[in-house]
Ligand binder design. Sequence first.
Ligand SMILES: Nc1ncnc2c1ncn2[C@@H]1O[C@H](COP(=O)(O)OP(=O)(O)OP(=O)(O)O)[C@@H](O)[C@H]1O
Length: 228
Amino acid sequence: MIGNSIIKLSGVNIYQQKHLVLTNVNLHIDKGDFVWLIGATGSGKSSLLKVIYGDLMAADGNGHVCGYELKTLSTKDIPFLRRKLGIVFQDFQLLTDRTVEENLQFVMQATGWKDKKLIAERTLDVLEKVGLRSKLKKMPHELSGGEQQRVVIARALINDPEIILADEPTGNLDPETSEEIILLLKQISQSSSTAVLVATHDYHIIRTFPSRIIKCESGKVLEDVQIA
Ligand SMILES: Nc1ncnc2c1ncn2[C@@H]1O[C@H](COP(=O)(O)OP(=O)(O)OP(=O)(O)O)[C@@H](O)[C@H]1O
């Protein structure tokens, strides 16, 4: 983090293979911000998220993500960058053959946690934050879709991230459960310094929780967009 700035991109171009997906991207996200990311299918939302989590290198321009300068970001930095990010994506679902506790501890072990007492405390701590302390020993299939998504959010919180990136976090949820999940993410951004960036196609939920909107459109990232 540099001051309050968690993400700053200036004049960045984003390619998928040889295809220029987004041109001259300027974006800033500060501590505690809650930002919606919208745009039609294929407009570049995932590509932008990939640049933020180090899965796609930014070409040209400059900036930083969680204290890592894009210009000098190297492959060996990526695991450390990822520890500063909480990722809530459809394709990072829970391990179906492990309990909630084991799912959380799997990530802790993979990110260098060793002390058993601290691991047990942190497990309860993140589950408390998402209101699921009592579900420690449950298997994912014993939880509702909304509860599973809360566990995914708990998992994203383990390493006290500077920003949570959520890609369609309500994609598989009914409207009421979707609102609960977004409310939780809003509360996280308000009660801690964690910023939250949510990609969605759901304009109804954006209207329910008004916040800053950025939009991928015609090869650009438009900042501070209004929706009808
Ligand atoms: N691995 C890849 N190789 C080549 N082109 C790709 C690759 N991934 C995405 N693209 C292209 O880059 C463009 C942007 O795709 P991207 O996945 O970022 O869009 P998106 O806004 O996230 O779409 P969606 O809402 O459907 O997830 C599209 O034209 C897509 O075909």
